[in-house]
Design a protein around this ligand. Sequence first.
Ligand code: BDP
Length: 560
Amino acid sequence: MLYPTNNNKRISISLNGLWNFTFADDSYDPKTSIKEPILMGVPSSYNDLFTTIKEREHVGNVVYELKLQLPEIKTGEWRIRLGSATHKAKCYIDGELLSYHNGGFLPIDFAIPYKEKFRLTIVLDNRLDYQTLPIASLKEENGKEIVDTHFDFFNYAGLHRNVFLYHLPNNPIEDIVIKTKIEENALVSYKIDTLAEKVNVQVLDPNNKIVGKASGKIGTITIAKPLLWDIGKGNLYTLCVETGNDYYEETFGIREILVKDKDILLNGKKIYLKGFGMHEDHITIGRGTYSGLNIRDFNLLRWINANSFRTSHYPYDEEMYILADKLGLLIINEVPAVGMNFWSSTEVFSENIINETTKKNHMQQLTELVNRDKNHPSVIMYSVANEANTHERHALAYFKDIFSHTRSLTDLPIMIVEWVGAESNKVAQLADVIGLNRYIGWYVNLGDLETSKIKLKADLNAYYNKFKKPLVITEFGTDTIAGLHSLPSVSFSEEYQVDFIKMYKEVFDELDFVSGEHVWNFADFMTKQGITRINGNKKGVFTRDRQPKMIAHFLRENWK
Ligand code: BDP
């Protein structure tokens, strides 16, 4: 699936802006227009734009509607593309259902019939259950439906990302797959999905100089003395594909990722990941995307000398990957398999909870994710789940299928992010790299960093000794109220966050199988209401409005 673009063969028109909107129940009929529409901004989560709890925490359907007119181009194909729609979406043109999509963090793209004027209706459903990703319990209380989320971020919903109306010529270029291999020279192999008969390609180097040409739908181009894509060096090549009818430019990088013994290698050199688990989360627009805010996040990542981040706990907006490609940042790309534990003794991998239907959906989302992001050099790894109950009896069978499916989609290393201890873990041997989330000194042994240090070291050693795989500590951190100071340091103070993170880093420095550290979290973020969350999770190194806490200055020095 290619991102919409404009060139002399393609037209793409942004549909961002004001849409009509309403709350609805399951009986909503899209055959007629919304009766009393509310105006809504796209892209954004609708939740925090309202002023009542009923609207903010609405469970069920909402409707987005836009009246459109098409330019008079009747050949080729008109399409609609939503960057995401949370979580389930039905898309209608003049009341006719054209597309259904399950999964709130990946694009929806569908063809529409040519009509001079029409009404586009998107009915979204934010209900989650045991068969969706993320996982949640759908309950009823006092006649009201409740989505009891088993994950620690607010269930924002809406049209969160860019929406495009775009036009493709006849026999368009449907997809481009690019793979690179570094030998003496670089080998760039490509595959073009199109019904067009004649295909010509050329490769431009990062300075826009033509460095290779070929024809045919499948081919390999040799590039002498390639400029490698690397950390901080977003060297991007461009594959220009031309079919007579259609034209598309797809960027790619030449780089090689390998996992060898206890190390992760980028272009043959050992790397150490420094960065964060993040969230798409902002004041007012919630999970909505906005280029300016993305730029602020990238400027902070660069300021603090981070080299990587994990898209915890779902695929991010495509612009984040485009920026990472250009700036040379590494991404661990996570599918929204989160909430696969209930923090109780219930076995969640079972027929009535996380079952075959969930697994099918999990695989489908991995397929869509790899399909969307396959050509981004910034993506160095896929994470198939966050904190699943991998100690359970049926977890191994579930994840065997998930891993083999993912391996059939990509050659990149695969990670699973764990919370359970090494001894009881039944799944981590399937991964190339193990992600570990650790909160010793926070959720346990609070305030006692001396004991925590001993326990943490033993815990990480146990993981390596059992699995012999590189470990990335994918989460560690403390809730920290910006401006709260305390000497000696106590929980929630900026000093405690510094002491805790320093202690963890001392342990990592002693263990050569630790291949990276991602502090939890990049910034404070919204969660559901809860007695351990004061207006959200406060483990950010930056506040929710993207200003540094004390720890940010320490990390900046340390990660230099
Ligand atoms: C981990 C989760 C993450 C939470 C974090 C926390 O992976 O989503 O936000 O803990 O408790 O369990 O802050």
